[in-house]
Design a protein around this ligand. Structure first.
Ligand SMILES: *[C@@H]1O[C@H](CO)[C@@H](O)[C@H](O)[C@H]1NC(C)=O
Ligand SMILES: *[C@@H]1O[C@H](CO)[C@@H](O)[C@H](O)[C@H]1NC(C)=O
Ligand SMILES: *[C@@H]1O[C@H](CO)[C@@H](O)[C@H](O)[C@H]1NC(C)=O
Ligand SMILES: *[C@@H]1O[C@H](CO)[C@@H](O)[C@H](O)[C@H]1NC(C)=O
Ligand SMILES: *[C@@H]1O[C@H](CO)[C@@H](O)[C@H](O)[C@H]1NC(C)=O
Length: 656
C-alpha cells in the first residue's frame, strides 16, 4: 500500500465521503466490541480515510484488511479474502453508500457470512440520498419502537430485509444524525424460516460523549433474542413405516408412537420444549434413514437433507466421522442407543459340536495326564517283561487304560507267570492312585464349571452365525442402512463378522422368509422361538416386561450388537441456530428437564428371577457319546480280530 501513502502525501485534502467523525466512531465501535481483526469495505474515494483508519487502528493492535466496493470492483475475490470464515471474530465495517454495497451484502448472505463470527457495522452517512424505505411491505420489518425513526427512510433496510439474516446475526446499522450516530441492532429470527427483519434502536454515539447504549452489545444476545415470533423450522426425522397422519405433538407424550423409535421420540420431545419456550414451531419431514450418500441425486435422508440445506435440524444422529464433516453435530447427547439380538435359547437341535468334556482341564493338564499314563505303561511293560509275562505289551497298555476308566483289567494269562515282582505291584498302585486323584479332580472341575459358567447362550456373533436361529430385524433406519450400505456396520469392531452375517444369514434368505418386522411382531416371534431379533434395547425391554412369562424370561437370551452409543441433535454445517440450540439444550440439561424426559420414557431390563438349572445341550454332550460309540466299535473290531486269529490258530491245529 506504499503508493497510497504517496498519493495521500501529494493530495492531502482529498474529498472524502467518510469523515473524521465516522473514523472515530468506527474505531471506537470496534474497540468496544473488542475486535482485533477488521475488514474494511469502503469506496475508492475514501482511500485516505481507509489509510488513516488503518493507521489509527494499529494503535489498538487491530489488524486491518480491506477491499474497495465501488462500481469499478470487478470481482469479489478481495471481499472474499477479507471475509472468509475464520476461527476468530472479524469486525466488518462497511460504507452503505458505495456502488456495490448491495451486491457485497448479497454475496455475504449467500456465503453465510452474516453470522455470529462477523460483527457487521454499516455506516450510513447519507441516508437522505437513497430511496425511501416506504416501498417495502411493512410486514417484513418489525420495529421495536416508534416507526417515525429516520432509519425507515433508508434503502439499506430493504436490502437487509431480503438477505438471509438469522438469529445469530451481529449487524449494527449506524445512521448519521448531525455529528452523532444512531445505532440499530438488526437481526431476523430466520429469514428462510419465515421470520421478519427485526430493527431495534439500541442507542447512539457522539463525538464528545461516546457511546450511550440501552443494551450491552457484547452481552449474550440470545437473552435479548428470546421470542422467535412463531417462525417455522424444518425438522427431518426418521419414522418407519411413515405414519399417514403425523403429528409432532404426539411424540412429546410418554406413550410410544408406532413407527417412531424411542430415541427419536426423546430427542424430539426435548427440541419441542425448546420450541415451546422460544415460540417457534417445527414442520416435520419424514424419511426412512439417517445416514446416506452426499450426492445430489441420492435419496433424501437425514444427513444429506441437512447437508444441502433443505432442512434445519434433526433430533438424533450417531457421531460418525462423515456426519461430523458434513453437518454440525451438537455437543449435548440427548439419548443413547444400544441394540441387541434377542432370542430364546434353543433347546432343540444338535447345536454346535463342541467338546465340553475337555474343558475342565487345560491342554497342559491333559498333556501331563498323557505323559504320566505313558510313563506308567512303560514301567508296567518293563516289569511285565522282567516277569516274562506273555503278551506283556497288551498287559501294560490295557492296565493303564482300565485304571483311567476306573475299571479292572485282569490278564487271563496270569497263571503262566513265574514270579510276581514288587515293581509291577507298585506301578499298578501308583497308576491306580493317580487315576483316582485325576478322576476326583476331573469330576469336581466339571461340577464347578457347570455351576460357574454362564448360562448356555450365544456369546458372540460367530456363535449366532452357527446357531440354527433365523435372523430378523426391526424395521428402522439404521437397519435399512445396514442392509443397503455394505460399509455401514452396527459396530465397527465386528465388521468381519457382520459381513459374514449379512452374507450367510441375511442376504441369502428365501424369498418369503421374514426379514424386516416391526417391534411387536418381532418380540412375538422371539417368544415363539427359533428367531433372533435385532432391536433397540429400550423398546424391547418395555415390550418384553409386558408379554413374557417368568419361564420365558429365563430362556431369553440377548447378544449385544450396537454398543451403547450417545446420540446428538444435528444441524446444517455452520447453521445459524447452532449456538442457540447448543445454549438452549445446555440450559434444559442443567434444569434437569432433559433427564426427566429421558427417564419418563426409559424402561428397565427385566431378568429371570432365581435360576433355571443348566442343561448341557446335546451338542455339548456329543463327544461323550461319540467316545462311547467309538469304544464299542473298537471293542467289536478287536473281538472280531481275536476270533479270526483264534480260528486261524485252531484250523492250524486241526490240520496238524
Ligand atoms: C437465501 O437462502 C436461500 C435458500 O438457502 C437461497 O436460495 C437464496 O439464494 C439465499 N438468498 C440470499 C440473498 O442469500
Ligand atoms: C403498513 O401497515 C399498515 C397497517 O398496519 C397499512 O395501513 C399500510 O398500508 C402498510 N404500508 C405498506 C407500505 O404496506
Ligand atoms: C413520531 O414523530 C413525531 C414528531 O416527529 C412525534 O410527535 C411522535 O410521537 C412520534 N411517534 C411515535 C410513535 O413515537
Ligand atoms: C448420481 O450421479 C452420479 C454422477 O453424477 C452417478 O455416478 C450415480 O450413479 C448417480 N446415483 C444415482 C443413485 O442415480
Ligand atoms: C456448545 O457450548 C459449549 C459450552 O457450553 C461449547 O464449549 C461448545 O463449543 C458449543 N458448541 C457449539 C457447536 O457451539
Amino acid at each position: 500500500m506504499w503508493y497510497l501513502a504517496v498519493v495521500i502525501s501529494i493530495f492531502p485534502c482529498l474529498i472524502s465521503g467518510l469523515d473524521q467523525n465516522s473514523l472515530n466512531f468506527g474505531i471506537e465501535y470496534l474497540r468496544y466490541r473488542d475486535l482485533k481483526f477488521v475488514c474494511l469495505l469502503t469506496c475508492e474515494k475514501d482511500i485516505s480515510w481507509a489509510l488513516q483508519f488503518s493507521k489509527s487502528s494499529s494503535r489498538f493492535m487491530m489488524a486491518v484488511s480491506g477491499a474497495f466496493i465501488d462500481d469499478s470492483m470487478s470481482d469479489f475475490e478481495r471481499v472474499e479474502n477479507c471475509l472468509q470464515r475464520k476461527l476468530y471474530p472479524v469486525g466488518v465495517l462497511i460504507d452503505s453508500g458505495c456502488g456495490k454495497t448491495e451486491e457485497v451484502m448479497y454475496f455475504a448472505s449467500q456465503n453465510m457470512w452474516l453470522d455470529g463470527n462477523h460483527k457487521w457495522v454499516l455506516i450510513n452517512d447519507d441516508g437522505s440520498e437513497t430511496e425511501r424505505y416506504g416501498d417495502v411491505d411493512n410486514n417484513t420489518v418489525m420495529f421495536d419502537n416508534d416507526k417515525n425513526s429516520s432509519i425507515m427512510d433508508t434503502g439499506i433496510m430493504e436490502v437487509l430485509s431480503n438477505l438471509n439474516i438469522s438469529v445469530d446475526a451481529d449487524i449494527v446499522v449506524a445512521e448519521r444524525d448531525n455529528s452523532n450516530y444512531i445505532l440499530y441492532d438488526i437481526f431476523n429470527y430466520g429469514k428462510i424460516q419465515g421470520g421478519n427483519l427485526n430493527v431495534h434502536e439500541v442507542g447512539s454515539w457522539g463525538p464528545h460523549n461516546g457511546f450511550n447504549l440501552d443494551i450491552n452489545l457484547n452481552g449474550y444476545k440470545y437473552y435479548r433474542r428470546w421470542d422467535f415470533q412463531d417462525i417455522t423450522m424444518r425438522m427431518i426425522l426418521v419414522a418407519q413405516p411413515a405414519p399417514r397422519h403425523f403429528d409432532l405433538e404426539s411424540l412429546t407424550k410418554p406413550t410410544p408412537v408406532p413407527g417412531v423409535a424411542v430415541i427419536t421420540q426423546i430427542s424430539t420431545a426435548v427440541l419441542y420444549d425448546v420450541a415451546k419456550m422460544h415460540n417457534f414451531r417445527f414442520t416435520p419431514t419424514i424419511t426412512d434413514r439417517w445416514i446416506g450418500e452426499y450426492e445430489k441425486n441420492s435419496s433424501k435422508v437425514v444427513t444429506n437433507a441437512l447437508y444441502f440445506r433443505e432442512q434445519d435440524i434433526s433430533p438424533t444422529i450417531r457421531r460418525l466421522k462423515a456426519v461430523q464433516e458434513h453437518n454440525d453435530v451438537l455437543n449435548s447427547p440427548l439419548t443413547a442407543i444400544e441394540t441387541r439380538y434377542y432370542y430364546r435359547i434353543p433347546t432343540k437341535g444338535p447345536g454346535k459340536y463342541e467338546n465340553q468334556f475337555l474343558r475342565p482341564l487345560t491342554p497342559t493338564a491333559w498333556w501331563a495326564v498323557i505323559a504320566v499314563s505313558t510313563l506308567c505303561a512303560f514301567l508296567l511293560l518293563l516289569s511285565a517283561m522282567s516277569e516274562q509275562r506273555p503278551s506283556s505289551l497288551q498287559y501294560a497298555v490295557f492296565s493303564v487304560v482300565a485304571s483311567i476308566c476306573q475299571q479292572f483289567f485282569e490278564d487271563i494269562d496270569d497263571g503262566g507267570t513265574k514270579r510276581i515282582s514288587t515293581a509291577r505291584k507298585v506301578t499298578i498302585l501308583v497308576t491306580g492312585l493317580s487315576c483316582v486323584l485325576l478322576y476326583n479332580y476331573y469330576t469336581s472341575s466339571v461340577v464347578s464349571w457347570l455351576l460357574n459358567g454362564p448360562p448356555p447362550s450365544i456369546n458372540s456373533l460367530k456363535e449366532l452365525l452357527d446357531s440354527p436361529l433365523e435372523l430378523i430385524f426391526e424395521d428402522i433406519g439404521y437397519t435399512r442402512s445396514w442392509l443397503q450400505n455394505p460399509l455401514y456396520y452396527y459396530n465397527k469392531r465386528n465388521a468381519l463378522m457382520e459381513d459374514e452375517l449379512r452374507k450367510k444369514k441375511v442376504l441369502n434368505k428365501k424369498k418369503n422368509a421374514p426379514l424386516l418386522v416391526n417391534l411387536v411382531e418381532g418380540i412375538e416371534m422371539v417368544q415363539r422361538g427359533g428367531f433372533a431379533y435385532h432391536t433397540e434395547v429400550n423398546s424391547a425391554n418395555a415390550l418384553i416386561s409386558k408379554t413374557f412369562t417368568q419361564d420365558e424370561l429365563c430362556e431369553l437370551g440377548s447378544l449385544q450388537s450396537m454398543e451403547k452409543t450417545l446420540l446428538y441433535p444435528v444441524l446444517q454445517k455452520y447453521s445459524p441456530f447452532r449456538e442457540f440450540m447448543n445454549w438452549s439444550i445446555k440450559r434444559l440439561t442443567e434444569q434437569g428437564i432433559v433427564s426427566c424426559i429421558q427417564l419418563r420414557r426409559s424402561s428397565f431390563e427385566v431378568k429371570c428371577e432365581g435360576s433355571s438349572p443348566r442343561a448341557l445341550a446335546l451338542g455339548g454332550a456329543a463327544p461323550a457319546f461319540i467316545l462311547l460309540a467309538g469304544g464299542y466299535f473298537f471293542a467289536t473290531v478287536i473281538m472280531l480280530i481275536e476270533r479270526y486269529v483264534y480260528k486261524m490258530k485252531h484250523s492250524h491245529v486241526i490240520l496238524k
